[in-house]
Structures are given as structure tokens and as C-alpha cells.
Design a protein around this ligand. Sequence first.
Ligand code: CTP
Ligand code: MG
Length: 233
Amino acid sequence: MPKPFVSSIIVAAGSGSRMNAGVNKQYLYLSGKPVLAHTLLIFEKCELIDEVILVIGKKDIEVCTKEVIKPYKIKKVKFLVEGGDTRQESMYLGLKKVNPKAHIVVTHDGARPLIHQSTLLRCIEGTFEYKATIVAVPVKDTIKIVDDDLTVKSTPNRSTLWSVQTPQTFEYNLLKKAHEKAIEDEFVGTDDAMLVERLDHPIKVIKGNYDNIKITTPEDLIIAESIIKIIPR
Ligand code: CTP
Ligand code: MG
């Protein structure tokens, strides 16, 4: 059987408001390279991935080309796509550029540069079997449901709670259908799996690593500097 065509969409078009760095957080330096260069190099090296659709902010086209794509010789990026107002919209704009022969689409945050190559592979391989696969870790803290007035409403059983990361990997047709249904219903979710859940399609969880953090607030960059020294590449 020929290898299925695997596309990937990396979203990097957010404003990074919680980082508050003045520039998009994806172009901040981590261990001598822009955050986004780390992310793209992991996809570049992954032998199962055939193409990358990179979704970025309009104002970042020059910085992305000059500081990331060219110096790190990124070859798999087929399209630079201008992002939208929400992560979901950015993802859908990327999805429209995926090669129609794709069997599987990997979705990933540009702001997660610490994903292990082995986890990315396990996530894709899981999709060959389960059609929808997400990377997650069991939560370490006790989680509370809290009312608007900051009073505790309830405490879900911790053993059932997982903190969800990216990559999230889906059969192309399933992801497309999920996004189109969300648009039709004017539903906005915070990850792609939420849209697939609305189709009542089962989703398999791949246990990942706690170190696959999303660069969100300034201390994340400090933590990432330590993690990057020890993760396998
Ligand atoms: N993202 C995107 N388009 C948007 C919003 C987010 O492509 N309109 C991307 C971000 O660039 C990031 C990923 O989705 O790689 C996860 O989002 P998040 O960490 O929330 O990034 P930002 O939205 O940029 O940050 P903030 O929420 O603090 O403004
Ligand atoms: Mg955001």
C-alpha cells in the first residue's frame, strides 16, 4: 500500500496578547532560533509529513520569510496563508489550501516548539487506525468549576481530566466536515477536536509529555529555555 499523503497546518497568526512582547511571540528567540523555526524544523524532519501549510499574520510575511523560512532552509512549507480573527478561522483558512490528495491532516500550534518527534509520529500513526487522534497529558492539579463571582461550583474527578495539547491529527475529510459544520452552526471552539466531537466521532488520546508547553506568557519562554536542553530531537 502506498504511504498516505500527510498534510499539516501550523497556525501562527495570533496576536500573542498574553505574551505582550510587542512582536508576535512566534518570532521571539528560544535557544538562538525563533520559536517558529523550532516548530517548523520538527515537521521538516518528520518523514511521514509531506507538506506544511503555514498560517501567519499579514504583517509577519517578511519576518517569517527572512528570519525563519530562508535561514533554516524550510522546504516543506507549500503555502503561507494569511490568518483570521480566531484560531479556528486561521485553521480553516489553512485547511482550504491542503493538497486535495491528503489522507491525513496534522494540526499544530506554531507556539508549541517543544513537541517530541516521537510524539508527533505516534499521533500520526494513531490516526491511521482511529481517524482522530489528539495529544494530551493527565492534569496534575485539582481542577475546580468556578462561578463568575469566584465561588467554587464543583470539583470534577481528577482521574478523568486530561490537559489537551497539539498536535491533533485527523482524516482530512473528517476535519473538513467538522469545520464546515461549525461554520454552519456558528460554533467557535478552542481546539479542532471540539469540532470533531460535535460530529459524535470518537477521538483517541495519545499520552504526550508535560514539556510540550505552549509559549503563552513571558515565563513560558524561560521554562522553554530549560526544557529545550533536554528534549530528544
Ligand atoms: N492563532 C492563530 N490565529 C488566531 C489566534 C491564534 O493562528 N487568530 C494561533 C497562535 O498563533 C498560536 C495558536 O493559535 O500558535 C494558539 O493560540 P494562542 O496560544 O492563544 O496564541 P495567541 O492567540 O497569539 O495568544 P493570546 O491568546 O495570548 O493573544
Ligand atoms: Mg489566543
